[in-house]
Ligand binder design. Structure first.
Ligand code: HEC
Length: 183
């Protein structure tokens, strides 16, 4: 009896998945509909990446001995990087808004730094972000002496993702940009 119940539940779940697939192919379902504008998600993902960068700088400086060793800080920063990398690809809209010179002139704080490749191969982009999510958590959980090589693999992933999916960074003066966001 028990196995029949399990099969019934499995079939039910498969049917539910099929219907979910169908509804998202037709009119967008409520769960696919965003409540925020493209400019807001762009700013959110940029601020998220700025935070990933700041956390990563601190992790690197602690492991290099430039900042004092603090095991709790090291591991919580790596876990934060991991969770932020999971959230990051979810801030992209279906409608592409890659970097453009005109966009950068109009609003340097809100222009997207992403390249068109993000939209051309979104599954690969998302898979790289998820790989970063796993690597950062692996580093957070590693014994101290095994942490640095994992962090270096993570940093190689940051660079290879940027090489394909991020426009060339002409500046990193975000403090200046944040000034322009204040009323
Ligand atoms: C899955 C790909 C991917 C990974 C992995 C990734 N990045 Fe990024 N990063 C991007 C993209 C794309 C942007 C541009 C975001 C936008 O404007 O839409 C970006 C932007 C940035 C910026 C510039 C933020 C700004 O707006 O000024 C920094 C700094 C940065 N990333 C640091 C890092 C660090 C450090 C790591 C690794 C710990 C990392 N990134 C991992 C894709 C990635």
């Amino acid at each position: 009896m028990r196995s029949i119940w399990v099969i019934a539940v499995t079939v039910g779940a498969a049917t539910a998945t099929m219907f979910a697939g169908q509804s998202s192919e037709g009119a967008a379902s409520l769960s696919d509909t965003a409540l925020t504008a493209q400019t807001e998600t762009t700013l959110a993902r940029r601020l998220l990446m700025v935070s990933i960068g700041a956390n990563n700088d601190a992790v690197h400086d602690i492991l290099d001995g430039v900042l004092p060793m603090d095991d709790y800080e090291l591991r919580t920063r790596l876990t934060s990087i991991s969770h932020m990398l999971y959230a990051f690809p979810n801030l992209y809209r279906a409608e592409p808004n890659p970097w453009t010179e005109a966009g950068a002139q109009a609003d340097p704080a809100r222009v997207s730094l992403a390249t068109a490749a993000v939209w051309d191969d979104f599954p690969q982009f998302k898979a790289m972000a998820e790989e970063g999510y796993r690597l950062a958590q692996e580093a957070a959980d590693a014994p101290r002496e095994e942490m640095l090589p994992v962090v270096e693999r993570l940093e190689a992933l940051c660079e290879s993702c940027h090489a394909t999916y991020r426009a060339e960074l002409k500046f990193l003066d975000y403090d200046n940009l944040e000034q322009s966001l204040r009323p």
